[in-house]
Design a protein around this ligand. Structure first.
Ligand code: FES
Length: 187
C-alpha cells in the first residue's frame, strides 16, 4: 500500500501535468486565433483591392487609326516605305508612275508580317512562304488573296494621311489597283 507521502507526490504530479496541459492548449488557442484573424484581414484586404480596381479606368492604348506620314516629295517612286510598319502596321508604297497607296502589313494567310525584298521586288512572308507583288497581289504560297489597303489622301497641311477606318480588302485573284482605283492617290 502506498504511504501518504507517495500518494501526495502522485497527486502533485497529476496537478502539474494538468497545469501544463492547460498552458499548451491556451498557447494553441492563441495561435489559432492569430491565424484566423490574419486570414480574415488578408481576405478583406484582397476584396478591398478588387473593389477599388473596379473604379480604375481600363484604358487600352492603341495607335491612332488616322495618322500623317510626311510629304509626297519624301517618297521616291517605285519604293516601299516600312517606316510605319511597326507602329501602325502599314506600308506606304509609291508606284513607279508616282501614285501612292497604303497597304496593311499583314499576310492574308494567317496574319504574319511579310518583308519587302527589294532585290526581288516582292513581299515574302516568313511563316509559310507566301509571296506578293508590290501591288499586294499574291502569286505564291498559301495566301488566299491580295493584302488589304487603307485610304490615303492629302491632309490640309499637304502631308499624306492614312485612314485605317476605311479599308479596301483584297479580292482573290484580282489586282487591287483595278478593283479599288480609289485606293490610289495621284499627286
Ligand atoms: S501567314 Fe503568311 S504565309 Fe502563312
Amino acid at each position: 500500500m502506498p504511504d501518504d507521502r507517495e500518494l501526495e507526490r502522485a497527486q502533485q504530479e497529476e496537478r502539474e501535468y494538468q497545469d501544463g496541459g492547460q498552458e499548451i492548449s491556451s498557447d494553441r488557442r492563441k495561435f489559432l486565433e492569430r491565424v484566423g484573424w490574419g486570414g480574415l484581414v488578408g481576405f478583406l484586404a484582397l476584396n478591398s483591392l478588387a473593389f477599388l480596381r473596379f473604379f480604375y479606368p481600363r484604358v487600352l492604348f492603341e495607335p491612332a487609326s488616322q495618322f500623317k506620314v510626311g510629304f509626297p516629295a519624301d517618297y521616291p517612286p517605285g519604293q516601299v516605305n516600312s517606316q510605319y510598319q511597326r507602329e501602325f502596321g502599314t506600308w506606304i508604297i509609291r508606284l513607279p508612275d508616282g501614285s501612292f497607296f497604303a497597304m496593311e502589313s499583314k499576310c492574308t494567310h494567317l496574319g504574319c508580317t511579310p518583308s519587302w525584298m527589294e532585290s526581288q521586288k516582292k513581299f515574302k512572308c516568313p511563316c509559310h512562304g507566301s509571296g506578293y507583288y508590290i501591288s499586294g497581289l499574291n502569286f505564291e504560297g498559301p495566301a488566299p488573296r491580295p493584302m488589304d489597303r487603307f485610304k490615303i489622301s492629302i491632309a490640309e497641311d499637304g502631308q499624306l494621311q492614312v485612314d485605317k477606318t476605311i479599308k479596301y480588302p483584297g479580292v482573290p485573284g484580282k489586282e487591287s489597283n483595278e478593283v479599288y482605283p480609289q485606293s490610289l492617290l495621284r499627286v
